[in-house]
Design a protein around this ligand. Structure first.
Ligand code: FAD
Ligand code: NAD
Length: 420
């Protein structure tokens, strides 16, 4: 059977693209070996956010809530694909833009790979004793103590959920500071706020081995040490999931195993074959996968203004470069801060921990970045992203645009007014 377009993988990248291609009149098929929605819906963004929102509610009711939200959204994804032919099964690439699925074969002049990613594991003794985020979401009950390896986004979101549930959590991180891609002020303050909520951090440590039972051998500044725990969660990054047959089809991989693409066109090294989302390793976020799908649908997207949110309590979010990244580029900048402690709404709500920081170009006074830690950072980053994407000036956001009072959005305006 020949289609106008075939998409492999029905995660946020694949289902957005397939629905858009079909809406533009192309006879489109999507091949999926699991459930609609991919990692994001079934074992990523959505179940974890439902758990983050469950606070101190018991684990069984929290996971039940997560399952029901996922089931409702899965129906929405299915509904968005009514004009797309759903082909269940494992897709394998064949030369000549053909794909085998089960006993059948399909072909198209345009093939889009959106096969996502899977948890990575450290190459250390006893790595098999650790569980990953997928297994963690299936736990029926929580242990008393959990050790989390990796203070990245997954490690911190799970540590925050576990702290809410009263679990004794220790996070071990290889780098000197938690959350390496975040602004250093944000990471430092977040570490202190999570520590206050009972999360213990061991930073600048290399995990050497995991023993059944469980104990972790790690090496820090003071040499080798051991941590006893009841469960080990490994959250040290994710690796690409790549369909079988890529090499035969002429699709090259990067040295780290991601599908190599041109970052502008998302074309692979094989003519007519594209790769979007986690599997190309450009940016492993659901909205990045969706944005790449929109690029392939021919829509304009401001990729440079990619927001990130970490749904800890409190959350943090950012858009644009960090101070360190600007310094490394040798680029001059000015910065301004607004403290939640000085904002009327934050005081009224009792959410005074945190700050908004803006970075701007000293010549043009255009906003380059926002780094936010505090209540509703996940919502505030929307306006911040618009400002960065449109190259809005400090003055426009601080003064020309009216912010309702009393709201946390005034923090963005205050940070801009304080930027000098
Ligand atoms: P995926 O969502 O991984 O989908 C790929 C699909 O391809 C899967 O359904 C898979 O079954 C299918 N597939 C793979 N190989 C084949 C094959 N050979 N044949 C047929 N089908 C195949 N991102 C955010 O932006 N916000 C968050 O809050 C967030 N939270 C997360 C929490 C966790 C615990 C995790 C693990 C991830 C989280 N992410 C979050 C990241 C987000 O889930 C991914 O960036 C996103 O799912 C990537 O979308 P995708 O379409 O590239 O791939
Ligand atoms: P990550 O890359 O964010 O963090 C991994 C962490 O593990 C890093 O801090 C790294 O320094 C640390 N690490 C690596 N080796 C180590 C070692 N030997 N010992 C101790 N620490 C070690 O990866 P992740 O947290 O697994 O998340 C994977 C992807 O999923 C990320 O790209 C993220 O963008 C995405 N995700 C996003 C969200 C969100 O947007 N809210 C939530 C969850 C996951």
């Amino acid at each position: 059977m020949k289609y106008d377009a075939i998409v492999i993988g029905a995660g946020p990248g694949g289902y957005t693209l397939a629905a858009g291609l079909a809406a533009s009149g192309l006879h489109t098929a999507i091949v999926e070996r699991d459930l609609p929605g991919g990692t994001c819906l079934n074992r990523g963004c959505i179940p974890t956010k439902a758990l983050c929102a469950s606070g101190s509610a018991p684990w069984d009711s929290a996971t039940e809530h997560a399952r029901s939200v996922v089931a409702q959204l899965r129906d929405d994804v299915k509904a968005s694909l009514t004009a797309v032919e759903w082909i269940p099964g494992d897709a394998r690439l064949l030369p000549g833009r053909r794909i085998s699925v089960g006993d059948g074969e399909i072909e198209s002049d345009r093939i889009y790979i959106a096969t996502g990613s899977a948890p990575a594991a450290l190459p250390i003794e006893g790595a098999e004793h650790a569980i990953d985020s997928t297994a963690f979401l299936k736990l029926e009950k929580l242990p008393e103590r959990v050790a989390v390896i990796g203070a990245g986004v997954i490690g911190l979101e799970f540590a925050s959920i576990l702290a809410d549930k009263g679990v004794d959590v220790t996070v071990l991180e290889y780098c000197k500071e938690i959350l390496p891609p975040a602004d250093k002020d944000v990471a430092k303050r977040l570490r202190s706020l999570l520590s206050r909520r009972g999360v213990a951090f061991l930073t600048g440590v290399a995990v050497k081995a995991i023993h059944p039972g469980f104990s972790i051998d790690y090496e820090g500044k003071k040499g080798l040490a051991t941590l006893d725990t009841d469960m080990v969660l490994m959250a040290v990054g994710r690796r690409a999931v790549v369909p079988e047959g890529v090499a035969e089809a002429g699709v090259e991989l990067t040295p780290r195993g991601f599908i190599s693409v041109d970052p502008h066109t998302l074309a692979t090294t094989a003519e007519g074959i594209y790769a979007i989302g986690d599997c190309n390793g450009l940016c492993m976020l659901a909205h990045a996968a969706e944005a790449q799908a929109r690029v392939l649908l021919g829509r304009p997207v401001v990729m440079e203004a990619m927001p990130s949110v970490v749904f800890t309590h409190p959350p943090c979010a950012w858009v644009g470069p960090t101070e360190d990244a600007l310094k490394a580029e040798g680029r001059s900048f000015i910065s301004g801060k607004a403290l939640y402690g000085g904002n009327g709404k934050a005081m009224a709500d009792g959410t005074t921990d945190g700050f908004v920081k803006v970075l701007a170009d000293p010549e043009t006074r255009k906003i380059l970045a926002f780094h936010i830690l505090g209540a509703d950072a996940d919502a505030l980053i929307g306006e911040a992203t618009l400002a960065v994407a449109l190259g809005v000036s400090l003055n426009t956001l601080a003064s020309a645009v009216i912010h309702p009072h009393p709201t946390l959005t005034e923090l963005l305006a205050t940070a801009c007014a304080n930027c000098r």
